[in-house]
Structure formats: C-alpha cells, structure tokens
Write a protein of this length. Structure first.
Length: 320
C-alpha cells in the first residue's frame, strides 16, 4: 500500500496497527470509525480507487460517495463518547450494525473510469487494461495485433493501441515531427509521425487514449526491432464513423417519456455532419420494433456519448 499516491507512511502504520490490535475491518463505516483520527478523506479515497478496500464492498463508487457521510458519523460517535454519552449511542459494534446498509446507492464506476483511477494513484493498471474494453471492436478494425507485426515493404496496414508515450522534436527544416509508443497488451510499438501527419493529428496525442494508425512496418536500424511509419492517425470515434454502421440501443423494459427526453438531451450535444445513425431495438411481451434516426441525424460516436447513454440505463453496441 505504500505505493499508493497520497497515502503516507504514518497513515498506513495507523491503519495496520488498528487492524492488528482490533481485528479486520468490517465495512466502510467500521473503517472510518476506527481510523478517522489517523487518516483523512483524501487518503481513504485513494485507498478505495486503488482497490485496497474492495474486501469491504464490491462497489468502489458507492464507497467514494459515502466516505463523507461515514466520516461524519464516525466523528459524531467520537464526540458522543468524549461527552460521556456512549451509553445512549451504543458501542462500536452497535454503531457498525446500525450503519451497515447506508452506502449511497450509485452505479459502479465504468471499467474505463476504474482503470483510470487506478493508474492515477498507482501509476499502473491493476485490475485490467483499457485496451481490453475495445478489443472486440479493434479486432474488426485492424489487420493484426502489435505482437504479430513484421517488416513488410510496401505493405501498409491499420494498427491500434493505447498511447503510453508521446513526444515531438523540431527537424533541421524547422518542422515538428512526433514519436509515439502505443501498446495493445500484446506488445509495444514505436510510431513515427512525419511533420504533416503530426500537424494534422497533434490534438489526438493524449496519453492513455486509444488511436488507430495507418502506415508501414519497417526495421528500426537505430534501436533495433521494428518501427511504424505513420501516414494517418485517427481517434477511435473517427474510426467508428469510417468503419461502423450504427449505434444500436437495446431495451427490454418499458420506456417512459422521461427516458426519451433524457436520450434526446444527451444526443443533442453530439449531433454532427459526420457521424453514425442511431438505431433503437425495443421489445415487450406484445411487440418488437426497430427505430432508426433520419439520414441527416447522425452523432459523433465517442466514448463520452456511449457512456452517457449507458448512464441513462440503455444497453448498446457499435454495429459493424
């Protein structure tokens, strides 16, 4: 736990000492009651997103939303004890039992959010890899995984990966070119972006984002191994527009007017000239119907839109 960003040595010693003396923590409320004088809210939040408190509850987001309440109740319990009112409010076990079910009811973090939070506090992905979220999609878009690439002169192909490093330099001619390292969990690949490609795609060179690159595999005579000479670099949303057919929503539950309005509100921010149409599949015990947006109603299929639609309770897929 010493590797968790924002969690100091003294806080860890206090947590471990309390556990050794009085047994395992039972839940978030028990934890906060027993360590509130040793750690602060920021430390507890870091422990939660790092996965160190998964043994207390399987919903990290619920714990994050409840930390403030748990600390407030713990502090009140300590004040009662100091005021000699412990007999009115019960002992520690009573406190825990009465508050055991009071976690805020919120959906769990998405896999993308969970992994990003792990990376923020640990410097690495602990419970998975972001590329796996897109694996099925990427298999339909690219020719090979990075581990299978070999130098093939004049043979150009699409590859994909998570940006793990990005830098640039000014050439002798005064232009700026870029260098990327991308990772698809099978291998890491160095990508060279000539000046024109770098200039057209520099806004996409964001660490931990997924990109698709078109170009040629060549031998890296300077460093050894292989490198990729890029002719085009696009975001995942741009690749979806080019290669997919639609965003499809599913629901096997009754759809209310409020849900329709909520979806319309979400979609309004993503309407564009270039995008994907929306298809809605709906069925109940009496009928089944498929609805498709009009030809001039298309939407940018980036992750923010997909996550916003899921947050409204829809199941969805990008259809190829």
């Amino acid at each position: 736990m010493g590797a968790i960003k924002g969690v100091g040595e003294s806080a860890l010693h206090g947590i471990i000492e309390e556990r050794n003396q009085h047994g395992h923590y039972q839940d978030l409320f028990d934890f906060c009651l027993r360590v509130t004088r040793k750690v602060n809210k920021r430390v507890i939040e870091a422990l939660i997103v790092a996965g160190a408190m998964d043994c207390l509850h399987d919903n990290r987001n619920a714990m994050l939303h409840t930390v403030g309440l748990a600390l407030q109740k713990a502090e009140q319990q300590h004040k009662n004890e100091e005021a000699g009112q412990a007999d009115l409010f019960g002992d520690v076990s009573t406190f825990v039992e009465e508050n055991r079910a009071e976690l805020v009811a919120v959906p769990e973090l998405s896999e993308k959010q969970r992994l990003k939070a792990e990376k923020d506090v640990l410097g690495l992905y602990m419970t998975g890899h972001p590329i796996e979220i897109y694996r099925q999609e990427l298999d339909k878009m690219v020719d090979q995984k990075l581990s299978a690439l070999r130098p093939e002169k004049w043979q150009k192909k699409w590859v994909a990966g998570l940006i793990v490093e990005a830098r640039s330099k000014v050439t002798k001619s005064g232009n700026r070119m870029g260098f990327l390292a991308i990772d698809d969990r099978t291998a890491r690949l160095d990508v060279v972006l000539r000046a024109a490609v770098f200039e057209s795609s520099r806004d996409l060179l964001v660490p931990d984002s997924v990109v698709l690159v078109y170009g040629e595999v060549a031998e890296d005579t300077f460093n050894g191994g292989i490198k990729f000479d890029a002719e085009q670099l696009v975001s995942l949303a741009e690749a979806r527009i080019e290669k997919a057919r639609a965003i499809k929503l599913y629901s096997d539950q009754s759809i209310s007017i409020e849900q329709i309005h909520a979806v319309a509100t979400v979609l309004s921010a993503y309407r564009a000239e270039q995008g994907l149409p929306l298809v809605v599949d709906y069925q109940n015990s009496q009928a089944k119907v498929q609805l498709k947006s009009e030809a001039n109603n298309v939407f940018v299929p980036d992750d923010e839109l997909l996550e916003a639609l899921r947050a409204e309770g829809w199941q969805l897929e990008v259809v190829y």
